[in-house]
Design a protein around this ligand. Structure first.
Ligand code: CP
Length: 307
């Protein structure tokens, strides 16, 4: 990639061909890690996390370290000058003075778009409110591709908080560009996928169906993508408490599932996957978190114009 600075705000900022390229680079990194260990020497990644994170921030950090680069930033807005009232724009201008590339998470939808207008270094959206989480989607796509060898022709069950789940929205956007994906949308009525997302699915002729009971969809699924009911997106505690344990996947519920069904979850989980499922060979969620490091290595290289 040469020329103008590229950002990653929404997964659709990348073409299908660019995503395929990133998956290939990630596969090569996994196969030949030593070839990449010094490639980003003297490069710096700023991680600006205005909202909590374990996987995304640590995997970005590990990714840059494994490429031989350095990382600076903050993991809590309260430890930055945001606490004193500094704007996101000014914070990002500062980070652009000190780093070659920025990964940013913010609770407000659209904050990374504002950030991208304020700096000339690439901005990666590491999650903006209930909006998008494109690097989680790249992680999910790499995981599916490595396990199934393809990104088309499967039935995926998306289960839990489909209303506010940014990982679900970004994953659907990405999968809609592939052939013959059937979407089984499993949620309580209050947390159904937003209408605009369903309209997008219908517009491209994708098959989708809504369910309230996980067991009604389970036998058909090639992939089950569980999500957390996100306390931080609710306006009142009462609704959260009523809905938080809507779905708890345990061994008994897996009895009717296909023998090769992938169980995915962007994590963190709270109660929605029982720990007894962790030993099931179909459980992919910790492998998925590992894939997050490799795809973020590939993305950093790509946005820096190095791969
Ligand atoms: N999947 C994910 O975004 O996890 P974190 O919130 O821990 O970064």
């Amino acid at each position: 990639m040469a020329g103008k600075v590229r950002n990653l705000i929404n997964i659709t900022d990348l073409s299908v061909e660019e995503i395929e390229h990133l998956l290939e680079v990630a596969d090569d990194i996994i196969a030949n890690p030593e070839a990449y260990q010094d490639i980003c020497a003297h490069k710096k990644l700023a991680t600006l996390f205005f909202e909590p994170s374990t996987r995304t921030r640590l995997s970005f950090t590990a990714a840059m370290m494994e490429l031989g680069g350095n990382v600076l930033g903050f993991s809590d807005a309260n430890s930055s000058s945001a606490k004193k009232g500094e704007s996101v724009s000014d914070t990002v201008i500062m980070a652009g003075c000190y780093a070659d590339i920025i990964a940013m998470r913010h609770p407000k939808e659209g904050a990374p778009v504002v950030a991208a207008k304020k700096t000339t270094v690439p901005i990666i959206n590491a999650g903006d409110g209930g909006h998008f989480h494109p690097t989680q989607t790249l992680t999910d796509l790499l995981t599916i591709h490595r396990k199934k060898g393809r990104l088309d022709n499967f039935t995926i069950g998306l289960c839990g908080d489909l209303m506010f789940g940014r990982t679900v929205h970004s994953l659907i956007e990405a999968l809609l560009r592939h052939e013959n994906i059937r979407f089984m949308l499993i949620s309580p009525p209050e947390l159904r996928l937003p209408e605009y997302m369903k309209e997008k699915m219908t517009a491209v002729g994708a098959e989708w169906k809504e369910f309230e009971k996980l067991e009604d969809a389970m036998p058909e699924l090639d992939i089950l993508y569980m999500t957390r009911v996100q306390k931080e997106r609710f306006f009142n505690e009462e609704d959260y408490v009523r809905l938080k344990n809507s779905y708890v996947l345990d061994r008994a519920k897996l009895v009717p599932a296909k023998a090769d069904m992938m169980i995915m979850h962007p994590l963190p989980r709270v109660n929605e996957i029982s720990v007894e499922v962790d030993d099931d060979p179909r459980a992919c969620y910790f492998y998925q978190a590992l894939c997050g490091k490799y795809i973020r290595m590939a993305l950093i290289l790509y946005l820096l114009g190095m791969k």
